[in-house]
Design a protein around this ligand. Structure first.
Ligand code: IMP
Length: 436
């Protein structure tokens, strides 16, 4: 049995969806372990394009179970919308195929209102959140006031819990008019039908996964967001509110650390970021615009244009140190096809000193000046190439430069959105997984 985790190595949107999409059918269960509907995974299935936010990507494979783990925060109405949209497009999400951990916390309307208000408020630090209520829900969880699926069996009991929390939210946020105007009855009318429908999906996540582990059923842990958005290790405070690197899997899925056999890291051949926060290699010039245009860099969840820049090897090596990637998947290499010259960041200059250490301090990160290595471009269409050895020499050298700096092999190179537009190293982990 091999349980595998797929983790974003940058600031998200690396193309995890494409990899998970292929891998999902090879696993008996796909597990989401953190985040919520702030995530947006694009998945191609049956000639159609889907954007998943809360549902794990194994939902399209008939043989695969899917678990929304305890570490995920679930907006019940958003999850029901996703289930219903899939149904309209011919995919039935039955309780047989989807399970929700009874320990998962609920995102409720007051969380969403607070999140949106704070991020739009001129006298608060703008994080550029997705506005889905993710941060406040994790705050409630840490404050030991959250409401979990196991608290939703009885409507009256649930309603009482919500009354207490809504009351507190209102008392703590007197300036949020929309929150002051939110009434318990309206809130219940919005969320209870969804919560009620979700009851059949709720299980004890620990028992469910332990049962699969005992039976040697292979499990795929599907990361959302990414390493540099991790609450502990990302560019704090410009991060999401969960552990979105591999270190979050045990706690967010409810499995022992030894249940994770392999960790694969996903990175783009360049870098992007949505929302605010430091981004040392960001390009605010025509090159950045060209990356955005060629790479179609617009958010799946919010539609926001993504900030674009050169590949940051300092950050990627840091991600490697944290996650212990067994290998990397390098996505969107084809987007670099038309660039004469390419640059990768090999060090930061901070206060006049060069370092290869990714700094913890926001101030240092904001002052970090990238030290670039220039590499020749290849000026050739790579999207039709299907074997690594057939890539232009300059493209192969680009990949090798990454491998040698990061200390990790690139076992998959993606040169387009379709499944076929993927090059696998014949002796690599992805090759093994894809052939299963
Ligand atoms: P939140 O997760 O909505 O609280 O947003 C916090 C930060 O994480 C913001 O900068 C978001 O843009 C970013 N973020 C959250 N989810 C994703 C994602 O799935 N992809 C990329 N960035 C994300």
């Amino acid at each position: 049995m091999t349980n595998v985790a797929v983790i974003g190595a940058q600031w998200g949107d690396e193309g995890k969806g494409k990899v998970v999409d292929v891998l999902a059918e090879k696993f008996g269960c796909v597990v989401r372990f953190q985040g919520g509907n702030n995530a947006g995974h694009s998945v191609h299935f049956g000639g159609q394009q889907f954007a998943l936010h809360l549902l794990p990507s194994g939902i399209f494979c008939n043989q695969t179970h899917n678990l929304i783990g305890n570490g995920v925060v679930v907006d019940p109405s958003a999850l029901i919308r996703e289930i219903d949209e899939l149904k309209e497009r011919g995919i039935e999400v039955t309780p047989d195929r989807l399970k929700i951990s009874n320990r998962a916390h609920l995102v409720l309307p007051y969380h969403r209102i607070i999140d949106q208000f704070r991020d739009a408020s001129p006298n608060q630090r703008k994080i550029g959140t997705t506005g889905k209520g993710i941060g406040p829900t994790y705050e409630w969880k840490a404050a030991r006031r959250g409401i979990r699926f196991c608290d939703t069996h009885d409507k009256d009991d649930f309603s009482e819990k919500v009354r207490t929390e809504l009351d507190l939210a209102q008392r703590l946020n007197l300036g949020i008019v929309e929150l002051q105007q939110l009434h318990l009855d309206a809130l219940m009318a919005e969320v209870w039908p969804a919560i009620h429908r979700l009851q059949d999906y709720v299980v004890d996540g620990v028992e469910f996964l332990a049962g699969l582990v005992e039976k040697n059923v292979p499990i795929l842990f599907e990361g959302a967001q990414a390493t540099l958005l991790d609450i502990d290790f990302g560019t704090y405070p410009y991060v999401t509110s969960s552990n979105s690197c591999a270190l979050g899997i045990g706690a967010g899925a409810g499995v022992p650390a030894r249940a994770i056999d392999r960790v694969v890291g996903i990175t783009k051949a360049y870098a992007t970021r949505v929302g605010e926060g430091p981004f040392p290699t960001e390009l605010l010039d025509d090159v950045g615009s060209a990356l955005r245009k060629h790479g179609k860099e617009f958010g799946t969840t919010t539609g926001r244009p993504r900030r674009c820049g050169w590949l940051d090897l300092v950050a990627l090596r840091y991600a490697q140190r944290l996650n212990g990637f067994d290998c990397l998947a390098l996505m969107k290499l084809d987007i670099l096809d038309s660039f004469e010259r390419l640059y990768v960041c090999e060090a930061y200059r901070i206060d006049g000193r060069e370092t290869r250490v990714f700094p913890a301090s926001l101030q240092q990160l904001q002052n970090a000046e990238p030290v670039y290595r220039e590499l020749p471009g290849w000026n050739e269409d790579t999207s039709t190439i299907r074997q690594f050895g057939q890539l232009p020499t300059a493209a192969q050298d680009y990949v090798k430069a990454i491998e040698s700096y990061v200390g990790c092999s690139v076992d998959l190179v993606s040169v387009g959105p379709d499944r076929e537009e993927t090059l696998l190293r014949s002796d690599g982990l992805f090759s093994d997984l894809y052939k299963r």
